[in-house]
Every structure is written in C-alpha cells, then in structure tokens.
Design a binder for this molecule. Structure first.
Ligand code: SF4
Length: 312
C-alpha cells in the first residue's frame, strides 16, 4: 500500500512504508502521542480483567522481499511504526534490512531514528574499514545470490534522526554526523520548542519540519518553524514543511467572530512575552501554508538533484 506520508512522494517515486519491524517504546517528548507503543502492547489476562503488558517489538521476515517485488522506484520509509535502532532490534536484523537496501538500488530507503547512540554503535564497529559490519552484511547479500561489490555508504540509503527541541537537536544531530550516509536528513516533527540551530546543520542535506496532528496535538509556535527554515536556508538545505498539524496560526479574516478553540503558545517559557494565538481547526484545514503566519511567503527551496521544487 503506498504511503500517505507527503515527503515520500519525490518526483519519479512512489511513497511507501516498509514495516519489517513493528512496535516501539517511547523515548522522548516527541513520542508522547505516537501510537506505535500503544499498538505494540499485548494485554495479559489477570483473573477477570486484562492488564497491559510490555510493548512487543516484532520482526516480520515475510515482509523482507517486498522491496524486490516493487518494480517501480519507490521512496521507502523503513519501519514507520517502529525505530530501526531500537534496542530490541538485533544487529543481524539490521544487517538483513541493509542487505535488502543494497540489493534494490532502484529504490531510495529512508532510515529514521530517535536512538542514534545505537546507530553509532552499530556502524561504529564499522565497518567498511574494520570489517565486522560490512562482512556481516556482505555475507547475507552473498547468501541471497548477489556477487556485486558493496559500496559504502550505500548510495540509496538516507540516514536520519528525529528531533523535537533544543536538547534532542544538540544530542542527536552530532551523532547522525558520525555515521556513513550519502544523505543525512532531519525529521523535525513534531516541533515542540525553539531551537537555536547554530552549527547543527552543517552536515545535514535535507530537512523535514512540521507540527503535531491527532487529538492531543501540541501547537507549534510559528517562530520555531521560521527559525528552522531560515537556518536551513542559510546552509542551502532543502526544506519540506509538512504541516502545521492540528493548530494553525490565528488569521483575522478566517477566525474573527467564529467560535474557534484558541490556544496561546509561548515562544519559550510560559512567561516569555512572545505568544502566538493558534487555532485548533484540524490537520486538513490547517494545511501547510507558511503565509498564514504572515511571513516567509518568499521562501522557496530547490533540490535539483532530486527534481524537487518546494513552493512555500
Ligand atoms: S521512537 Fe518513533 S515510533 Fe517509537 S514511540 Fe517514539 S515516535 Fe513512536
């Protein structure tokens, strides 16, 4: 089933999620409203009632050959309802997934993690110089009948980390820079606070940013978005602004006199003066127009290597 994730639909590619691993556990504030852990919890019978047990991380070997079956080029999000570098995913399972990436060069695979420490450990043994990782993956590829030499970093594997605030931007992006990748990308979604980007973006190639959707979504201050886009622009990094999320900025002509649910989101601390009125209208109506915040109308990022032209 093609994916509904907008940023997977690059020109010439069909967007797809490849969920060989399902299930996850929450690790940081960006996870608060994620359903992956909830879906993974198995309920255990206890007398007359059912009690929640541990979330189960499952590996689905029967899904390993899906990319080989997809004939047309796809942008494939690896494990959209899990984390490829979760502690309970074994090195051998990661090896096996990367072997599939290697054997299917017509597709682009996107790995995304909130656990970059594990990612660094996985590649850290690494790899192309030190043997362990490379040998393990090469063995699997050979087992599958391919004798083609491997090229590192894999040209069709984009490595990404997800960051939601200053703390995790500072922690995760430098770790992303330590792993081999042709493209390093950030998912800044849901963006939950102001981030001083400083030099964090110097090795980043692509930037996806957006607000939170769902019934318990937290609003995103427009200046947080603006600063992210401005920082990306300063480094010539293409930006994909995915969505405002459940809340969009208040717009007089749209909202005056209407019975809207309004929340004020502060730029930083609750007593910080720069609040912005946000209106809860639902993800569909909120859309992804930056001009709603009254600025950034002219931002436009191109990514000619991938045929991209993002109009903001
Ligand atoms: S790491 Fe990702 S998939 Fe896992 S709980 Fe957090 S947001 Fe959900």
């Amino acid at each position: 089933m093609p994916s509904e994730i907008e940023w997977l639909w690059m020109p010439g590619y069909t967007g797809e999620a490849w969920n060989v691993i399902t299930g996850c556990t929450k690790i940081s504030p960006g996870c608060a409203n994620c359903y992956a852990e909830r879906m993974a919890i198995r309920f255990k019978r206890d007398g007359g009632s059912y009690l929640p047990g541990k979330a189960e991380i499952n590996f689905h070997p029967e899904r390993m050959d899906y990319p080989a079956r997809w004939r047309q080029p796809r942008m494939i999000f690896m494990n959209s309802v899990s984390d490829i570098f979760h502690d309970e995913v074994s090195d051998a399972q990661i090896d096996a997934m990367l072997a599939v990436v290697f054997r299917n060069p017509r597709h682009i695979f996107l790995a995304l993690t909130k656990r970059p420490q594990r990612m660094v450990e996985y590649f850290g043994e690494w790899a192309w110089q030190q043997d362990n990782t490379r040998d393990r993956i090469e063995d699997r590829v050979r087992d599958a009948g391919s004798l083609a030499p491997m090229v590192w970093p894999l040209p069709n594997l984009w490595m990404g980390v997800s960051v939601e605030n200053q703390h995790f931007a500072d922690e995760r992006i430098p770790l992303l820079n330590q792993v081999p990748a042709v493209i390093r990308w950030l998912s800044v979604e849901p963006l939950l606070g102001a981030i001083n980007w400083g030099d964090l973006l110097t090795s980043v190639d692509w930037f996806v940013i957006g607000g939170e959707s769902g019934p318990k979504a937290r609003p995103m201050h427009p200046n947080w978005v603006g600063e992210g886009i401005t920082a990306a622009d300063a480094h010539s990094i293409p930006v994909f602004f995915k969505q405002w999320g459940e809340h969009r900025p208040w717009v007089d002509v749209l909202d005056e006199g209407k019975n809207r649910k309004v929340v004020e989101v502060k730029y930083k601390r609750s007593r910080h003066p720069y609040g912005w009125k946000m209106v809860k209208v639902g993800k569909g109506e909120a859309g992804a127009s930056l001009s709603m915040a009254g600025f950034l109308e002219d931002v436009r990022q191109d990514w000619p290597e991938y045929g991209l032209r993002y109009g903001m």
